[in-house]
Design a protein around this ligand. Sequence first.
Ligand SMILES: Cc1ncc(COP(=O)(O)O)c(C=O)c1O
Length: 421
Amino acid sequence: MSLNPNATAAADLLAYAPNVTHGLGRITEGIMARGSGSYVTYADGRKMLDFTCGIGVTSLGHCHPKVSAAAAEQCMQLVHGQCSIAFHAPYLGLVQRLLPMMPHPSLDSFFFWNSGSEAVEAALKLARIATGRQNIICMQGAYHGRTFGAMAVTRSKTIYSAGVAPLMPGVFTTPFPFWHQLGLEPSASTPALVEQCLYQLDLLLAQQTAPADTAAIIVEPVLGEGGYVPAPPAFLAGLRAVCDKHGMLLIADEVQSGFARTGRFFAIEESGVRPDVMVIAKGLANGFPLSGVVSRKELTDKLPPGSMGGTYAGNAVSCAAACAVADAMHEENILANAVKAAHPSHVIDVRGRGLMVAVEFTGAGLAARVAKKCVERGMLILTTSVYEVVRFIPPLNIAAADLAKGAEVFKEAVEEVVREG
Ligand SMILES: Cc1ncc(COP(=O)(O)O)c(C=O)c1O
């Protein structure tokens, strides 16, 4: 069987599609056969401009030559150097590269895993062990993954955990300064939103979860699946102050917002706030499965050896790819390329940071209709949140012409949807 099928072979393979779980959603039909830079090609010949980056992963474009070459070379050296058996060079080489990229020099202790969800689990476990406390505070609208601990701190849509309770206990939810969630207009003043949310957090600690029982606050510096809402720097500074006051840890989930997506290596840098724990994944290895938990050695020294691990954790090929990503990010001056996409009309809010941008519409169902029209016009794009939001996650090195093309496709799609009423 060819793993690079022509149209006929692809049609034969698609006969097996009904044997794939119904629990998996998909925005397009067919088989994606090849990817190069900002484009993917389907086996039936369709070529699509990719403004999803596989949900914020292939930030350097599909099959970046240096990343693919590094992975291919590692494949011929050592594929599986299991992390509890021995170190391998790409693992330590990755630590070497990531150390100077951290938003704060105190973040000096690394553990690599496979997916973002797993890394969130590890971060929660670290927080409980390091503080000796049990409860976790998460944000309204947050998304942290689909495993049980990660699901428990996910508050963006009920679909992720509906019907599977009980989840991990000891989770409390606090409001995030997003006008929508507080029932306000987009013009709501940011200082007022921040003040209201920090006040509610204080109440939560007074009424529901005592600080002495609370291990950590977990926050996405840019709310991802909750609608692409950047956390105001004053809010993050407020969370830091609350954590310092009560001896709790601040966990920054940079799975979607990290690795230059917002125009900085990590979105939290904008606030100058130091997280105690940072969760990374997605853009880290440009498509190879790799995630990580970064913290302070002083905290991770409290972990008994064996409490962290995993058969595939920190896979050598993924780490080699991630080393090449870090090198390419510097060599190709990727941070400078992450400029904001064009603002279309017919929307109630345009927001985001760098190339993590969202457009929110007014009418029910509009976002899904616009996204569908974009796909029909040859551009992959995703919606997000329970609101009418379309998100742009193009490659960070996208050519200006392709960015303009994507903006044009989006504009035409919006105009057509608006015309149709
Ligand atoms: C902020 C954030 N955290 C965690 C995750 C979970 O990562 P994964 O899908 O790799 O398990 C995601 C995935 O979208 C995410 O956006």
